[in-house]
Every structure is written in C-alpha cells, then in structure tokens.
Design a protein around this ligand. Sequence first.
Ligand code: HEC
Ligand code: HEC
Length: 346
Amino acid sequence: MEEQTNKSGAQRAFIRSVVFVLTVLVVFIFIAEVITDISGQAHRGSVAAGVGPEQGQEIFFGKGKCSTCHSLGTQGSAIRCPNLGVKEGAGPPFDMPIIERAALRAKERTEKTGQPYRPIDYIIESHFDPGAYVVEGYKNEMPTIWKPPISLTADEEMSVDLFLQSQGGEVDIAAISNSPIFAKYKASRKSLESDVGVVAFKPYLGGDPAKGEEIFFNPDSVAPCAKCHTAKGKGGVVGPELTNVAGSRTAQYIIESVLEPSKEIASGFEPFLVVTNDGDFITGVKKGEDDKTFDIMDDQGEIRKIPKSNIEKVVPQKVSIMPGNFREILTMEQFHDLLAFLLTLT
Ligand code: HEC
Ligand code: HEC
C-alpha cells in the first residue's frame, strides 16, 4: 500500500518535471522568434565605428566581454579560459604572444582541413566558429561572438583582431581583410543578419527580476543561489561568479545551467571525491594541489587541505556540486522570476 503511494508520488514528480522542461523550451523558442523579429529591424542604418587596435582594446574589456573569460598577460583575473597575453612561466605555448601561438594552431588546422591557414585565420576562426578548434585543456565554452548576447559587428570583430595582433605582433589590417575565413563568415552572416545586433532579452514572459533577486539572495528562499554564487558583489564562491553571466552567455545556456547543472560542468569547477585512509569521503571542487596536499572546497565553501599521505584515492565525479533538483523545487513562476533576474546580469 505504502509502496503504491510512493510510486505514484514519484510518477507525479517525474511528470511535473517533464511538463516543466517542455514549457521552458516552448517559452525559449518563442523568445528566439521574438528576438529574430526585433533584431531584423533594429540594425539597419547603424553607423560603423572606427576600426583599429584601440577600439579593439575597448571591445575586449567592454562590449566583447572577452575579459570576463580571458586574462591578458598579467591584466585580469579570469582563469577559466586561455590567457591571451604572454604569461611568463606558464610554459609553452602560453608564454608566447597569441599570434605566435596561433601559428602553431594554424599549422594543425592546415593539416586537418587541407586549407592553408595563416595565424590570423586561426584567430578569426576561433571567434566565428569556436568549436572548430578547442584549445587543449579547455572546454568548448567560447561563445560565437557575432551572435547574441555579444553580437559584435564585422568591424568590431576586425578591431578585436587588430588588438590581438598588437599583443606582441604586428598590426596588419590587410591580413584580416583578405582572409578567406573572414570573407566566408562575413558572407554567411549577411544571410543571418537578423542574428546580429544588440538584443536585450526583455520580452520575457512575465518574470519579475525583483522577485528573482529575492530568491537568489535570500538564504531562506527555496533556491538560495547566493550561498554558492557571487553576483552584484555579494555571495559565495563555490560556483562561478555570475556578475556578468548574461553578458556572455545565451539564455539557453543559463536555463540549462540551472535545470541541468551536470550536463556541462563549467571548467575549473569539476567535482572530485576524495577517499581518505581513515575511510572519510569528501566531495567538492578541486581548488589546488601540491606535493603535500590536495585542496578541495565543499558545498559550504569550506576549503579542506587533505594531506596526500592520508589519501587513498581521488575520483573525478560526473555530478556537479550544484544541486540538480531545481526543476522540481521551483514553480514555473519562480523559475521565470529567477531567470528574469539572471538576464539582468550583463
Ligand atoms: C564565456 C567565456 C568566453 C568569452 C566571453 C570569450 N572567450 Fe575566447 N575562449 C574561451 C574558451 C573556453 C576558449 C578555449 C576553448 C576553445 O578553443 O574554444 C577560448 C579561446 C579563445 C582563443 C584561442 C586561444 C588559443 O590559445 O588558441 C581566442 C583567440 C579567443 N578565445 C578570443 C576571444 C575574444 C577576442 C573574445 C571577446 C570578443 C573572447 N574570446 C570571449 C572562452 C571565452
Ligand atoms: C551548492 C552550491 C550551488 C548552489 C546552491 C547553486 N549553484 Fe550554480 N553552480 C555551482 C557550481 C559548483 C557550478 C559550476 C559547475 C557546473 O557547471 O555545474 C555552478 C554553475 C552555475 C551556472 C553556470 C555558470 C557558468 O559560468 O558556466 C549558473 C548559471 C548557475 N550555476 C546558476 C545557479 C542558480 C540560478 C542557482 C540558484 C537557483 C544556483 N546556481 C545554485 C554551485 C551551486
């Protein structure tokens, strides 16, 4: 009898979560269409800004959001993505200018595709089609920068490339304008012009960002995200900082991160299980390691330095430290409020 009740309880929970996900998807498709409609009209007649490495620098640290993921030599504190400057002591290839590093990658691309790649072609491709070559040790997490939410124009793209060239190499605009890869993507984006443009994800179905913010920060809410995440200068550090999350991530990525955290685990936040000789099991995010200790941060944000002499084994985990049951905990309305708030974090 009791088993019967449990079973139908579980079934109900399952159906609820399926309905939830489907509704979110429908809403998402709806938004995508609205956006395509809006941006289709929005970007006619915009004036091209000047093209140059200075403009590129501004874009790198501003609209392009590059600096939220990439440091540049000693400038910046982003560590999740390859440093795009010269990082002394990092060992090859990260101790060489990006344009020299790009020469090595270009060689690999030539071998792989049979097309001649110059270093700048590799850099251009890394912006337009980031998945074409994924830097070893990193994940395919780089956004396509001419699509929303970053939405760089072809001129802005060119400025960023000039800026990257200027980091230890020669600025050569002709190399960019006669790049077959640049031409290819410039042509393909014409037909996709409606994709390009600054698009705010405003027309959201009734989500109230103020209510979402309350859920996010209130430690007693159903989903106290700030226990683990920092936004607007406050919160925990167990998970990635979300201060600019909507500036560089699509709504779809954010939705998936909340509803299915283990699907794509953010780099630098991979979970590990440490089994000690005393029979302790400790799970958390790896924060460091030297000859003596393995450092792990648990889901309360506490760092434990576990002596290696006391470790029986360290096992990488597939399930994120971020709770995977928000789709069951949050009501549809709460989810939209939360999402509306997250989308303000640009
Ligand atoms: C959300 C994080 C994120 C943002 C924002 C981002 N990138 Fe990246 N980028 C990555 C990751 C992760 C990689 C490594 C994986 C790969 O190769 O795709 C990467 C790789 C690169 C590379 C290749 C580096 C190498 O060593 O070969 C270049 C060049 C680059 N990004 C430039 C940029 C520029 C310019 C911008 C801004 C217009 C930018 N990125 C914005 C995450 C990001
Ligand atoms: C117990 C700690 C914890 C809580 C609570 C938590 N998260 Fe996370 N979150 C993480 C960790 C760790 C990661 C990185 C690993 C991963 O991608 O799953 C993460 C990843 C994310 C990402 C992807 C960020 C990126 O840059 O890739 C988003 C977005 C996010 N969380 C939103 C939320 C929201 C919204 C809530 C509240 C509903 C929440 N999280 C609650 C720990 C937590």
